[in-house]
Write a protein of this length. Structure first.
Length: 70
């Protein structure tokens, strides 16, 4: 499926925003005194951060290809 440069750029902006919020959430959860009880939520946040970083890298690669083709 082909996406326009604008669609990819908007997706990247949204992912960047989500990553920022998730990193803050992860740090906040990890800093709590009850962090041991919050381990599943901390793990979920970390896995989501990893997945969104992969998606972001793929979008960046696609944007670079689009820019090279122009």
């Amino acid at each position: 499926m082909q996406y326009t440069h604008e669609e990819l750029a908007e997706a990247k902006r949204q992912i960047d925003s989500l990553l920022h919020k998730l990193r803050e959430t992860h740090a906040s959860l990890s800093a709590k005194e009850t962090a041991d009880r919050l381990k599943p939520q901390i793990t979920l946040a970390a896995r989501r951060i990893d997945a969104l970083e992969v998606a972001n890298a793929l979008i960046e690669r696609e944007l670079a290809c689009c820019n090279d083709a122009v």
